[in-house]
Write a protein that binds this ligand. Structure first.
Ligand SMILES: [Zn+2]
Length: 255
């Protein structure tokens, strides 16, 4: 954002205030176009501490964002300045409601908009901490209007927000299913007594596969630990290679 020579907050209201408050050469230094009664309240040449829209104080620095998706192009909007609580709330509600309607219409915007809305929600908690105006400004504050979700925009936004919520839920469900499938280890062969296997891994991280007993690949014969005693030099297959998941087969070397 590039500012005109005057501080930005004076620009929109300059027209209406230039005439009635003509600057008289007084004892206070004052910027041109700034109402006379604030001349003294201004810190040396800088903007006053009050709300930049209505002049009321206290005011605090507030940043509210907006987003517009337009299929191919998109716009990132930002309104930043010193606002009293009333004006800040009005800016928040307007930009939030506009973003809820105009934010979704692009492949990237679909993802940008939720973050923009969330950033504004955190800005709102800051806005609510600004004390209510105690010093009146030179004009009435902005009208905050209805809360966002009591506006048509808020109701409309429930559709994309709902879809997004379902998508997030679906992704989580798929992740959980994926993890379950992963841990159920469907690629582990189930060993049968008397068959032959080879181990392509080590004995801590086994990678057993069943091979024909006559082949040169065969390294071990599977024996059942419940009917034959495992020899001390036998290896033990991991539990995941048994059908019940609780049996550790003996693997007796063929050599
Ligand atoms: Zn204000």
């Amino acid at each position: 954002m590039s500012y005109p020579p005057h501080p930005p907050h004076r620009q929109p209201y300059q027209q209406s205030y230039q005439q009635p408050y003509q600057q008289a050469p007084g004892p206070y230094p004052s910027a041109p176009g700034w109402p006379q009664q604030y001349a003294g309240a201004m810190p040396m040449g800088g903007p006053p501490a009050g709300c930049e829209v209505c002049g009321a104080s206290p005011a605090a620095p507030v940043t509210v964002r907006g987003h517009q998706g337009m299929l191919v192009i998109m716009r990132f909007l930002r309104r930043q300045g010193m606002f009293c609580r009333t004006c800040a709330l009005a800016v928040f509600r307007d930009m939030q409601a506009d973003t809820m309607v105009l934010g979704w219409w692009g492949p990237i915007s679909v993802f940008v908009t939720p973050f923009t809305l969330l950033a504004n929600v955190s800005a709102l908690s800051g806005i609510k901490r600004i004390p209510a105006p105690v010093t009146a400004g030179w004009r009435p504050p902005l009208d905050p209007g209805k809360p966002v979700f009591r506006r048509p925009a808020g109701v409309l936004a429930l559709i994309p927000l709902g879809v997004l919520g379902l998508l997030l839920l679906a992704v989580q469900i798929l992740l959980v299913i994926g993890l379950v499938a992963e841990s159920s280890g469907s690629d582990h062969p189930t060993l049968t007594v008397g068959s032959c296997v080879r181990n392509d891994g080590d004995w801590i991280d086994q990678d057993l596969r069943t091979v024909p007993c006559g082949s040169s690949d065969a390294q071990f014969r599977v024996s059942d630990p419940s009917t034959s005693v495992c020899l001390p030099e036998d290896h033990r297959a991991g539990l995941e290679y048994s059908e019940d998941g609780a049996t550790s087969f003996c693997l007796r070397s063929l050599k």
